[in-house]
Design a protein around this ligand. Sequence first.
Ligand code: HEM
Length: 177
Amino acid sequence: MIQDPLHRHLSKFLLLSAFSFFIGAIHGMLQVMPPIRAWLDSIGSPYGGPGHMIDPLAHAHMNLVGGVVLLAMGITFYLLPIFSGKKIYSVKLVGHTFWWISIGVYSFYIIQMVFGIWEGLLLPSNPQDIPAVHRFYGPIMAISGTIMAVGFCIYLANIILTMTMSPDNDTNQPVQD
Ligand code: HEM
């Protein structure tokens, strides 16, 4: 069992990053299969239309934010105290970063996939119905994007506070839990 509270958070970053790479890889494998590729091309991927939401938007963000960004954040929180000699300012904010980014990127992925497939199915048969569906896309995406952005802001704030406000690792001064 991992005892250190910081390391407990960091293992969540690494585990979800690995899972996101798995989802991203399965997504990537599926989207190059000829019948799926042909359908995505027919609905606008990668340049516009509903296909753009599935490839590249859903695929890129699952791999880049879910996979790479979570990994990079976890590594940064691990390495920064070693390189700078300072304790992470707030372990609680590390947990916040994880949840805001994770909820943000997974909701982003689900929204892109749902609207991409829904509008993609309407495009050939009932294109006149697309605006009625698409009017929900903007507000829902704004919420999801904002959640992700809050995670990035908390991350940056914790890094800056660590560098400017945290005591050195070898002192006994308390830092926030
Ligand atoms: C708060 C965080 C983020 C939000 C809300 C967000 C949102 C978006 C949106 C709405 C687009 C579509 C733009 C369009 O349709 O032309 C986009 C494109 C893109 N984003 Fe993000 N993004 C975020 C973070 C990131 C990060 C951290 C990465 C990479 C590490 C990334 C990689 C990309 C890429 C590669 C594209 C272009 C896809 C294309 O070729 O059209 N995004 N993003």
